[in-house]
Design a binder for this molecule. Sequence first.
Ligand code: SAM
Length: 284
Amino acid sequence: MDHAAQPDAGRVIDAVVDHYAGQGLLGAIEAAIIESGKSPETVTVDELGPVDEFHIGGPVATAELCARLNLGRGAAVLDIGCGIGGTARFLAATTGCSVTGIDISPAFVAVARTLTAWTGLDDRVRYEVASALDLPFEDASFEVATQLHVGMNIADKAALFVEVSRVVAPGGRFGLYDIMQVSPGEHGFPVPWAGDATSSFLGEVAEYRRGLEAAGFEIVTIRDRRAFASAVFASLGAARGAPAPLGLQLILGPQAPEKIANMVAALDAGVLAPVEIVCHKPVR
Ligand SMILES: C[S@@+](CC[C@H](N)C(=O)[O-])C[C@H]1O[C@@H](n2cnc3c(N)ncnc32)[C@H](O)[C@@H]1O
């Protein structure tokens, strides 16, 4: 998007916070944990995976991205737009790194903190309410940054990547997994990331590449994950009966069926697809 044509930032943030308001979400998750025969005191990161990883493919997609990030034990990681914290907990639990999650939605950050306490990871995973465009951290604070399904809410990708590059140390990596516009065409609303066009800004792969390179990153891999996404939705469609109690329907809310249907229709039409990009911040 042209810098001169940026939408009103305050209006976008209000729309994003409103969309991800998470009304009653913690209570719904707690009830679903109990309905599944588990308890908040003993629930594990794996058991929360179906509800707390709010992106196509959930923990499977996170694990694939994680494998490309050279994450070592004790590494400092920033998860941008962390939602209710599933990715942050997954990364900490599987690699031993320390994760800071930031998100613009106060309701999601509150749920993230409670779920992290329930899973006993609060010594290594913390959260702050903050904007991805104005990160409250010193330069070069993190060895790795991640961003899963967040760029669709941010118009100015160039400014976003300048800010991410500022906080990633030289030699570090940035891995993102966003839904992108992969051919011309429209999609209906609502979709999982927005109720209308006010806070929806699908970028093209070329825009991401330009923004990342201008911010000082070198691209390592770009993977179009459309086939993976189609397989995920095909297997969900094949499942019979009511969804399991712990699932993304809790976070998507009452409009879950319309949100998913609009996204899947555009995915099937080849208009959008999740794309994973891994990049490296060179030591200069
Ligand atoms: C679809 S959810 C994905 C959440 C999480 N990354 C995950 O995969 O489970 C998008 C998240 O991005 C957050 N977000 C959107 N715009 C943001 C911004 N400018 N700064 C920080 N967070 C933002 C939203 O509040 C929401 O939690």
